[in-house]
Design a protein around this ligand. Sequence first.
Ligand code: HEC
Ligand code: HEC
Length: 411
Amino acid sequence: MSGAHALAGAALAITSAEVALGGCSASGNAVAYVEDATDRATHGDAVSDAHTVMNDVAATQDAQAFDAFVSDRSADAWSSSADLDAPVDASTIVMAPHAPPTLAATGLFTDLDRNGTLRLATGVQPFQPRYALWSDGAEKARWVYLPPGKKIDSSDPDHWSFPVGTKFWKEFAVGGKRIETRFIERFGPGPDDYLYAAYWWKATDAASPTDAVLADADVGVPSANGTNHDIPSQAFCVRCHGPLQEHVLGFGALELNHAMPGVTIATLTQGRWLSQPLPSDLDFPGVDTKTRDAIGYLHANCGNCHNFTPGVYMIPEPRMDLRVRIGQPLEETGAYKTALNVEITKFYHPAAPAITYRIAGGDPPHSCVSFRMGDLTKDNRMPPIATKVVDSQGLAVVNAWVATLPAPPNR
Ligand code: HEC
Ligand code: HEC
């Protein structure tokens, strides 16, 4: 891919975001990453003005960043349907739709029983990813709707492309009470044609509310229903879901290879939903569970931002790859190649001067990954958004694996 093509690709994505913001409701596509790519201290937390954002995009996408972008990408063959090198057909540009005003209107359910059970709409199926995102202990449920007669393009098995009309939901409950249901819909064929919305199960006097309402896209709902749970703004959805070309983070070949209830690789194959069938024995790399669980945890919780996916310009600096590809030998994973005994490039904290490696083999206390997972200070916290509580179990899994790794050569 030439530099000119890479630039054209990024410009195309920005243009479609502008279309979405200018014409209809802002779906937030391709907008919020800028803050990650620039200095958080300079830009603050909220991305409020779309035009400022667009100017920032122009200002911060400097030649150096694009050089890095291009050289990263040229190493990889990239043959997805979302190929930014492909000629642009204006007739395929679809305006971002307005998010429906209520959750029922998104098509998730038809009825809510007195005991709170959702009666799912026809075609809506539950699923679970093998490794979940830590959400401060909230209980989660997930559903998918695949449009009948269409197929998921699995020709690149690491990055599926979903047919237009595919919908995903994720529900959050705290203490057994529903608080929020998130919604993603692929509304058009463009690479960023994904709508993100959050629905708020408001606390009511009734024993249980009958539907959830669209939350404010700009600010979300902090401490919803008096809990510790924040309903995120749309910009936050994009910061986590934007830096992978498939935009859908927990519904893929490695995450669905399990025997838990709901949609799995086996059921997708059986229902002929995949354009290219996939074996149902794919796994995360590593001979032992300790390794697989740590690699899987980082894949699910960090790899959506920290990855080298070709063709995606929203990936934040510094480049570190914590997303696994199918069939990758353990030593070839990004965790080994770009984190183990690799010096930090960006992180600096006066209180943690001894941390010089992203992962210091055998030494969790001196590993930046472990430090940032275990620290709640704003500038240290990883992931940087949507969490206020340390995942002590997840940290223990990562640390147990780090402890088994070889030390840096100079130690
Ligand atoms: C901190 C990062 C983060 C933020 C912020 C975030 N998500 Fe996600 N989301 C994830 C990850 C990782 C998964 C997959 C793992 C899981 O479900 O536990 C996921 C899963 C989902 C799913 C199920 C389909 C899928 O991608 O696997 C939906 C729907 C969803 N998110 C919607 C949203 C919406 C809407 C917002 C904003 C209101 C949002 N998310 C904000 C990281 C995030
Ligand atoms: C929403 C996107 C996002 C997610 C998810 C995320 N990070 Fe980060 N990460 C960033 C950004 C942006 C930076 C650069 C700014 C900084 O260092 O604060 C960064 C930097 C880092 C660095 C510093 C690397 C260096 O060379 O200086 C480490 C280590 C790190 N992240 C670990 C993690 C881990 C571990 C997770 C998962 C538990 C994670 N991150 C999840 C966005 C993310």
